[in-house]
Ligand binder design. Structure first.
Ligand code: 1GP
Length: 278
């Protein structure tokens, strides 16, 4: 067992030596669909120690990266502490999925430099990003450009970001925004309908997947094997789960998460891609 663990460490270290972006692309190309675990760095939800415990269970269950982010509470120090404590416990990359400028931390492995492309407010499209750019550069933090698209009903993220929500019945509109994002040079697309709410209709993932040459992340409301499988089969390359982890992981030591991740990996291994590293 020790030898197996050492080999896993070596494989992970090899990935980490390069950029986190390369790690993601190679892993999708070699293994198929990935699963990311989202933890909200919110003092009202959990301490950094508890967050690290959650991350460790997620890693043991087979998660491919820890995402740190949330829409509502912004406290730079708390984000730093949460990331540092998680980092002391897990080897998978820690990527910031920022809800705002104060979600940036120099201790993460990378940051999704994201633009809410279907916002009606320029501040969410490029304003916050301009204000954050010098900080990111001074931290020497890896940034992965990502277009964020929010579909109805949108949840807190949609409300806070003033999203002009993409209609559930119009997957072609979502795909048009996604394709425009790829043409602009974004490296990844993130589709969701809001945290803890209704999932996006799989037709949106399918339509995007049929036109894009960059990875698709899908999240929001995934809380069972069937949902996860339907996202994989529609063409999602990475599935994000947050609320499910928050509600279950400390109660069952990650066992129910492992069942869903196993389903993602088993279905996902027939969905390997051939993405270019851009
Ligand atoms: C939120 O897509 C993520 O941005 C995760 O959503 O909390 O519903 O898993 P859930």
């Amino acid at each position: 067992m020790k030898i197996v663990n050492d080999m896993v460490d070596i494989v992970i270290d090899e990935y980490i030596e390069k950029s986190t972006y390369e790690y993601l692309i190679k892993k999708i190309n070699n293994e198929g669909t990935l699963q990311f675990s989202l933890i909200d760095p919110d003092p009202l939800r959990q301490s950094p120690i508890k967050a690290a415990k959650m991350a460790k269970y997620a890693e043991d269950a087979g998660t491919d990266a820890i995402l740190i982010g949330g829409s509502t509470v912004f406290d730079q120090n708390f984000v730093d502490k949460t990331i540092q404590t998680i980092k002391s416990k897990v080897k998978v990359p820690i990527i910031i999925f920022p809800g705002g400028i104060s979600n940036i931390s120099q201790y993460a492995d990378a940051l999704f430099f994201m633009s809410l492309l279907n916002s009606s407010d320029p501040y969410s499209i490029v304003g916050q990003q301009a204000l954050a750019s010098y900080t990111i550069k001074s931290f020497n933090l890896e940034y992965i450009s990502m277009a964020y698209l929010i579909i109805e009903p949108g949840g807190s993220a949609g409300w806070i970001g003033n999203a002009k929500l993409l209609p559930r019945k119009k997957p072609k509109l979502t795909a048009a925004y996604a394709l425009a994002a790829e043409m602009f040079g974004f490296k990844i697309i993130y589709l969701e309908a809001g945290s803890g709410g209704e999932r996006i209709p799989t037709e949106h993932i399918k339509t995007c997947s049929s036109v894009l040459n960059i990875p698709i992340i899908a999240g929001g409301g995934v809380d069972n094997k069937e949902d996860a499988r339907s996202f994989v089969e529609a063409g999602a390359d990475i599935i994000v789960m947050g609320t499910f982890i928050e509600n279950h992981i400390l109660k069952d030591n990650g066992n129910s998460l492992k069942e869903i991740i196993d389903e993602i990996k088993n279905t996902g291994k027939t969905h390997k891609k051939n993405y270019l590293i851009k």
